[in-house]
Design a protein around this ligand. Structure first.
Ligand SMILES: [Fe+2]
Length: 309
C-alpha cells in the first residue's frame, strides 16, 4: 500500500467517497485556482486523515496537505461573498464573512483549551446556564438560508412550511447533534431573534421566574414558561435591559442519527409553537436585534403565524 492516499473519481458514487475523505478539510482561498484554458480546477487543502481512523493508526499529526484536481471543468461559480482574515483573542487567525443575507459569521481553526469545569459546582449561579445552545435569526427568505447553511454542512431537523406557497416559514438546523445550532424564522431580516442558553432542568427555569417576578423584572418576561412543539424543548424567553431576547432552554432531543428525518410542521398548527397550545405574543414575531452594519428588509413570504390576542 502506498504511503500517500490517491483517489480517482469516475462516477458520482466515487465523488461521495472523496467527499467523505475531505470532510473537515481546511482551505485558504489563495490555494484555489481555476485554470480556465486547461479546464482544470485545483485546490490545495489541509485534510484530516480519516483513513487513519479506519485503519486504527494513531499518530501525532492527523492532518496532511492534499491536492484536489477537477478535470474538464466547464463552469465555475462563486457565491461572491466577501471574506477577511482577522485576529481574535484565544483563537488567532479567523475568517470573517457573512451569510447570503448579511449575518456576520466567523470561522476559526482552533481555540485555546481550558481545564474542564462542569463539576466545579461552586461556579454554578443564577439559572445555571451550562452552554450556549443555539441562535435564532429572522430571515427574509428561509429557503435561501437553509440552502446556504446546508452547503456549510448543517442539517435540517424540523421545519415549518406555509401550506399555500409550499415555502419554508421557519427551519431548525444543527451540527452538534441536538435539534439546532441555528434556526431561521421568516421576518424582517437579517436580525437576531434570540440567543439560547441551555440549563440542566425545567426547575432552573421555574426558579428564575420566581426570582425575576419578585425582584422588579416581571416585565422582562416575554413568553413562557412552556414546552415547544418544535424541538420538544422546555423554554422561557426573557428580554435583557437593552431589549435583546434570551431563551433559557432545556430537554430537547438528540439528532446524531444521520437517518433522522426532518419533522414537518404546519404554520397554522397551534401545537407547533407551544405543545400546550398557548400562542406566542406579537412582540415575539416582530421584535429583534439588529446586526452591526446591516439594513433589515421585508421578507418575501407574507404568511401569518398564529399570534396571541
Ligand atoms: Fe430557541
Amino acid at each position: 500500500m502506498s504511503k500517500n492516499l490517491k483517489l480517482l473519481a469516475k462516477t458520482s458514487d466515487d465523488i461521495k467517497v472523496i467527499s467523505a475523505h475531505l470532510q473537515d478539510s481546511i482551505i485558504s482561498i489563495e490555494d484555489i485556482a481555476n485554470l480556465k484554458k486547461n479546464r482544470i480546477f485545483l485546490m490545495q487543502l489541509n485534510r484530516f486523515m480519516w483513513e487513519d481512523v479506519e485503519r486504527g493508526v494513531f499518530r501525532k499529526n492527523k492532518r496532511i496537505r492534499a491536492i484536489l484536481k477537477f478535470e474538464n471543468v466547464i463552469n465555475v461559480s462563486s457565491k461572491n461573498i466577501k471574506t477577511k482574515w482577522i485576529e481574535r483573542p484565544f483563537q488567532g487567525k479567523t475568517l470573517l464573512t457573512h451569510d447570503i443575507h448579511g449575518i456576520p459569521i466567523e470561522f476559526y481553526y482552533q481555540m485555546d483549551r481550558l481545564p474542564t469545569i462542569h463539576q466545579k459546582y461552586k461556579l454554578y449561579t443564577g439559572v445555571k446556564p451550562l452552554r450556549i445552545d443555539h441562535f435564532n435569526v429572522f430571515s427574509i427568505n428561509v429557503d435561501e438560508s437553509v440552502k446556504f447553511y446546508s452547503d456549510l454542512g448543517f442539517r435540517v431537523t424540523e421545519y415549518t412550511e406555509d401550506e399555500k406557497s409550499k415555502k419554508l416559514w421557519a427551519a431548525w438546523m444543527h451540527r452538534k447533534g441536538t435539534v439546532h445550532d441555528i434556526a431561521f424564522t421568516n421576518g424582517v431580516g437579517p436580525r437576531l431573534h434570540h440567543v439560547a442558553f441551555w440549563v440542566p432542568t425545567p426547575m432552573n427555569i421555574i426558579d428564575l421566574l420566581d426570582v425575576m417576578s419578585t425582584t422588579g423584572y416581571i416585565t422582562n418576561i416575554e413568553r413562557g414558561p412552556g414546552r415547544h412543539g418544535i424541538s420538544n424543548a422546555f423554554f422561557l424567553y426573557i428580554r435583557d435591559p437593552d431589549g435583546h431576547r434570551t431563551e433559557i432552554y432545556c430537554s430537547d432531543y438528540q439528532t446524531v442519527d444521520t437517518d433522522h428525518e426532518p419533522i414537518k410542521w404546519d404554520l397554522k398548527d397551534p401545537q407547533r409553537q407551544t405543545l400546550w397550545g398557548a400562542p406566542a405574543p406579537k412582540s415575539w414575531f416582530e421584535e429583534g436585534s439588529h446586526f452591526d452594519k446591516t439594513e433589515p428588509k421585508e421578507p418575501a413570504l407574507k404568511a401569518q403565524p398564529i399570534v396571541a390576542p
